[in-house]
Design a protein around this ligand. Structure first.
Ligand code: BGC
Length: 719
């Protein structure tokens, strides 16, 4: 297709249409069926025929009929782009991205994204609104479940790039385009409340929040979505500095920019624009292109052009990008891209995909506590499964738009398959309502616990308690769940908690009462299978936290890569008695479980950290080596984590930052030497003068199993 020529033949309405995204139900036979903000769009069916893309549709059959109707009406028969949130799977759901981050395995992340792309493409999806790469420091924010980097930028960059590679590949059959979101700093919402304002210095924005979007752009993401929030008082949808100066100017991004749902209109709600026309003027002037679900570009584009507020070249450039993506995806040759209901049925939830989802759930689970009760013997004859998640299918997690609860394997089903000869009893004990106080079911639970050899206590928060719009102010478990846990653990010491959650929870009370806690987060379709295999020792847990678990909600936001205050407490794990230090009177300042933390069924020891030198210049490097040994009796995986500190700089640098990690598998008794080389570019940061440069001086490298423990080595950069 000669897209330049096509462009030259298109009317202005057609061009503005390519920049307009509507809900698929605009195209259903009954066009009057218009919902939500769509009903206020002031568009008639002829206008809708000009739209360039749609979102939210349910599979290949719908896609085919909408594509057919749309192409027949579009004057040049230009196919639509079909976009959808395929965030952690399409029909086969893998663990929520926050959990995938805990795998510390970008290759596995890529494999999962690739599987999701294959299923989604078979269902007619051309573009996924993923990866979401927002850095988050506050677990109260519900959308933390969507980010594989959790609180860390290095993990965020690796996982962002892996997802883009997995979704897109060569963009041919079975692949879909990636739309990185939400640019920028949406995860910095004040008080962890979704859609709330974000206040960040340019320095922190560039140092911590922007790198993951950049990594996705550098990995070739074809689209980028702007965020809902204001940043420094400016709605991001109209933020020229971000979209034009940084994204286009500094990063050379040549894909399409899309707004988030109705966010042009929301500029009126923010109080940033007086009229809809003003809102779209600012958004387009800032560099906005495709508009999701508000159609202001379509309605006011001509007026803005006539008034010289936007230019025809600007519109042509944006339309060309949309046409180019359609061309790249092969839509002009095959508008259906081979998607049929039969193909969808054949590919989705196939055994191969379920196996990948199971492996992903095993690799992302994190063993937080184990006083020796786990793993349970696979010869166990009597198991009690207790708690509101024992029989719950709703463990796939939020943002699994095409996933179905009934396809998820429950804990009960997983354990029954693994231990076909065991006697298994099940009891809810209490509901998973957030502030549940009803403990009338606890007595039955205690009776079952007493009668069983081992107890699996399935606690946590339900899948719709995280995700968009679902912030929480209390991260502790409900009074009923805590009472249930205390009573059951007292009745049977062989009790292990399986924790289901879409964010870090504040579980210090739980950790005080139960001997073992394995967090599954929301593990997806094969969650129950993976949980059973981990509990009964078929797999050794190897996940490491992508985000700190706080001691209590009041510590939020809490993250390891913080700056040092001038008055740190002597021991962050203890409540400090002395005054005039940076402390809480009623809680320690350290989290309960820090970033990078996770236990195993085996033990690893680290030999002495060695360095090839203690001074380097811009031209050479220093290599650090350490030998890691599996000193336990089971095979297992260790994630070796390398942290860096720039000891003296201004603006000051964090107390440590993850710069590299290696996940290695070791047989019992096996040792492996692990290396890490520091070169000057790694030491650069955004200096006081705004440059991205290194400065001479002292640095410290630390290697260890998590962000708190490890051995350090100092070195100096000279120029
Ligand atoms: C969310 C986006 C999502 C879009 C389309 C918005 O509400 O913020 O992340 O991609 O809806 O579903």
């Amino acid at each position: 297709m000669d897209i330049q020529r096509l462009l030259s033949e298109m009317s202005l309405a057609e061009k503005l249409g390519q920049l307009t995204q509507l809900n698929a139900n605009f195209f259903k036979e009954n066009e009057a069926e218009i919902t939500g903000p769509a009903s206020r769009l002031d568009l008639d069916p002829a206008d809708a025929a000009n739209a360039g893309s749609v979102l939210n549709f349910d599979g290949a059959a719908t896609m085919r009929s909408v594509q057919e109707i749309a192409m027949a009406r579009q004057p040049h028969h230009i196919p639509l782009l079909f976009m959808q949130d395929v965030v952690h799977g399409y029909r086969t759901i893998y663990p929520i991205p926050l959990a995938m981050g805990c795998s510390f395995d970008p290759d596995l992340m890529e494999e999962c994204a690739s599987m999701a792309a294959k299923e989604a493409a078979s269902g007619g999806v051309n573009v996924t609104f993923a990866p979401m790469v927002d850095l988050v420091h506050d677990a109260r924010w519900g959308r933390v479940m969507e980010t594989a980097g959790g609180e860390d930028k290095t993990l965020g960059c690796r996982m962002a790039a892996a997802q883009v590679r997995g979704f897109q590949g060569d963009l041919k059959k079975g692949k879909i385009a990636a739309c990185v979101k939400h640019f920028a700093a949406y995860g910095g919402a004040e008080a962890g409340r979704d859609y709330n304002a974000v206040e960040l210095s340019e320095h922190t924005l560039r140092e911590d929040y922007l790198p993951a979007y950049r990594a996705a752009v550098d990995a070739g993401a074809r689209l980028l979505m702007t965020s809902f929030n204001t940043l420094g008082g400016e709605p991001v949808a109209s933020n020229r500095h971000l979209i034009t100066d940084i994204l286009r100017g500094e990063w050379d991004f040549d894909g399409s920019v899309i707004s988030d749902y109705n966010s042009y209109r929301e500029m009126l709600k923010h109080g940033a624009a007086e009229t809809e026309k003003e809102a779209v003027d600012w958004a387009l002037s800032a560099g906005g292109e495709i508009e999701m679900m508000s159609a202001l570009t379509y309605r006011f584009g001509k007026e803005l052009l006539d008034e010289g507020k936007i230019t025809p070249e600007q519109i042509d450039r944006a339309v060309l990008r949309v046409l180019r993506l359609k061309e790249e995806l092969g839509l002009f040759d095959d508008p259906m891209r081979g998607a049929t209901p039969e193909e969808e049925q054949r590919i989705c939830l196939c055994a191969e995909h379920r196996a990948i989802a199971c492996r992903a759930a095993e690799e992302s689970a994190v063993l937080l506590k184990n006083d020796g009760v786990l793993p349970f013997s696979d010869k166990t004859k009597k198991v009690a499964l207790i708690g509101p998640f024992a029989r719950e299918h709703g463990i796939k997690g939020f943002w699994a738009c095409h996933g179905r609860d009934e396809d998820s394997v429950t804990v009960e089903e997983g354990v029954r398959v693994l231990l076909p000869d065991a006697e298994i009893t099940v009891c809810g004990g209490c509901s998973h309502a957030l502030r549940e106080t009803d403990i009338s079911g606890v007595a039955d639970a205690v009776r079952l616990a007493r009668e069983a050899e081992v107890v699996v206590l399935c606690l946590g928060e339900f899948q719709n308690c995280s995700g968009e719009g679902n912030s929480r102010a209390i991260l502790e478990l409900s009074p009923a769940q805590l009472s249930l846990a205390a009573a059951v653990a007292a009745a049977n010491p062989n009790t292990a908690v399986l924790l289901f959650c879409g964010r870090p929870l504040a579980i210090s009370d739980l950790a005080d009462t139960v001997p073992a806690i394995l967090t599954m987060f929301q593990p997806g379709t094969e969650g129950g299978t993976a949980a059973a295999r981990l509990l009964f020792g078929k797999t050794c847990p190897s996940g490491r936290l992508s985000m700190s678990f706080p001691y209590c909600t009041g510590q939020e936001p809490i993250y390891y890569a913080h700056q040092s205050t001038a008055r740190p407490t002597p021991d962050p794990h203890e409540i400090c008695e002395g005054g005039y230090v940076s402390r809480y009177l009623d809680a320690p300042t350290a989290p309960l479980y820090p970033f990078g933390f996770g236990l195993s069924y085996t033990e690893f020891s680290y030999g002495e950290l060695k360095a090839s030198g203690d001074t380097m210049t811009e031209k050479d490097s220093i290599t650090f080596t350490v030998t890691v040994t599996n000193t336990g009796s089971l095979a297992g995986k260790e994630t070796v984590q390398w942290y860096l500190r720039d000891e003296v700089a201004c603006p000051v640098r964090p107390v440590k930052e993850l710069v590299e990690f290696q996940k290695i598998e070791l047989a019992p008794g096996e040792s492996r030497e692990v290396r890490f080389t520091v070169k000057e570019p790694l030491l650069r940061y955004h200096t006081r003068s705004g440059e991205f440069a290194s400065e001479t001086g002292r640095f410290t490298v630390t290697v260890g199993p998590d962000s708190e423990r490890g051995q350090s080595c100092a070195f100096t950069l000279v120029k």
